[in-house]
Ligand binder design. Structure first.
Ligand SMILES: [Fe+2]
Length: 392
């Protein structure tokens, strides 16, 4: 991680970048109606504001909201190895005035200025097919469709629904392998997540390295049907050789099983790792009553806050019901969520493809990984309730 002097950053670097790149941030910041926001650190306090259509950075504590950050937090956020959601997930967020939303809004502005990237504005994301006609976002694909069509949809929409990609028989085998695998995991093994249901039962909800317990999955990860998905995108993506099996219980009251709206880069590293390709193999099928996945089409192309969906973006979500053997694909920076099941539990295996390693970038994923792997112990999802998904 590059060293960052808090004082130099807020006194010199950020004002300079606001001067150069303010035009990328201001239209979106106006839509977000950002109010003055104070970042207080051991090195001093600065207030960021939108002032006569310019981003200003002034020493002092005059913000409507105020967050307290260590100097290390400032460096991590500037380097994009952490975000406000990292502090939330590790139960370290210190909002001394105002709400997390204000911090998220200003994080978007900061990323815009640091990365020279426009803050998303309503209507700026359009969806076109290969003939420049409106793209049908309800479209799904089968193995008989042309790779070029599938790849174009993925690039535009940031997700895919691949129907009958794998065989029902293979899914039944993986289902049985999951039944047998649970006894090999325990709450302190560092490779599983656990959640508590209303009756006090501790349930394993995420089994990592599941391929060690499923020859069928191990074979699928080397199968050309799986590798074909990674080959849809350029740049020689690297296939993951591991998969994690998820079971989604009904009625979780503690821990994390059903993640609310987030990008997979919500804890940081978007600048280094996005976009990776996440592949969800639907073992049992999923629908509105059994905890299906939903995605926000186009969000992978939008600089928006990395968690929680906002209607004002003009990017409506889509539900992705699946049958056994279907596959969902989403980019690591496509916003998505899994609904809490209310009628039937479901099972899914997640794996995917990553960008090829770039030697010139010193990657330190340890911090992000540590926060992610401990998150289910530090924060809980809201207690599940019936009718989690309003009908659309
Ligand atoms: Fe995710």
């Amino acid at each position: 991680m590059l060293p960052v002097s808090t004082v130099d950053f807020f006194d010199d670097e950020l004002p300079e970048r606001a001067w150069i790149y303010g035009g990328l941030a201001v239209p979106g910041a106006l839509e977000l109606r950002v109010a003055p926001f104070t970042i207080a650190t051991p090195s001093g306090a600065w207030t960021l504001a939108l002032d006569h259509d310019e981003i200003s950075v002034q020493p002092g504590d005059t913000g409507a909201a105020r967050v307290l950050l260590d100097d290390d937090d400032v460096a991590s956020i500037v380097n994009d190895t952490a975000t406000p959601m990292t502090l939330v997930a590790s139960a370290r967020l210190r909002m001394e005035r105002g709400q997390l939303g204000a911090f998220l809004d200003w994080w978007v502005v900061l990323r815009s200025l640091i990365d020279a990237r426009p803050v998303h504005t309503t209507g700026s994301i359009t969806f076109l097919d290969q003939h420049d006609a409106p793209l049908d976002l309800a479209r799904s694909f089968t193995p008989h469709d042309a790779d070029a069509d599938i790849a174009h949809f993925l690039a535009e929409a940031g997700f895919l629904h691949l129907e009958a990609w794998f065989d029902a028989g293979e899914m039944e085998a993986i289902d049985r392998d999951m039944d047998a695998a649970f006894e090999h995991y325990n709450a302190d093994d560092g490779r599983s997540w656990w959640a508590e249901t209303a009756d006090g039962t501790a349930r394993a909800v995420r089994l990592q390295q599941f391929e060690e317990h499923s020859q069928t999955l191990a074979a699928l990860l080397a199968d050309e049907r799986f590798l074909r998905i990674g080959a849809l995108v350029p740049h020689a993506y690297v296939a993951r050789t591991t998969g994690e099996a998820l079971e989604k219980p009904i009625g979780v009251v503690k821990g994390i099983s059903d993640l609310p709206w987030h990008k997979d880069c919500s804890l940081g590293m978007h600048s280094y790792n996005c976009c990776g390709i996440t592949v969800g193999i639907s073992v049992t099928g999923a629908d509105a009553r059994s905890g299906q996945l939903s995605v926000v089409p186009g969000s992978h192309r939008a600089l928006v806050q990395p968690a929680f969906h906002r209607r004002e973006w003009g990017l409506p979500p889509r539900d992705l019901p699946t049958r056994r053997g279907d596959v969902t694909v989403h980019c690591s920076c496509t916003m998505h969520m899994s609904h809490a099941p209310v009628e039937r539990e479901r099972r899914v295996v997640y794996t995917g493809f990553g960008l090829p390693p770039r030697e010139e970038v010193p990657l330190d994923m340890q911090g992000v990984r540590a926060v992610r792997e401990e998150a289910y112990k530090k924060v809980s999802q809201p207690a599940s309730r019936v009718a989690a998904t309003p009908p659309r």
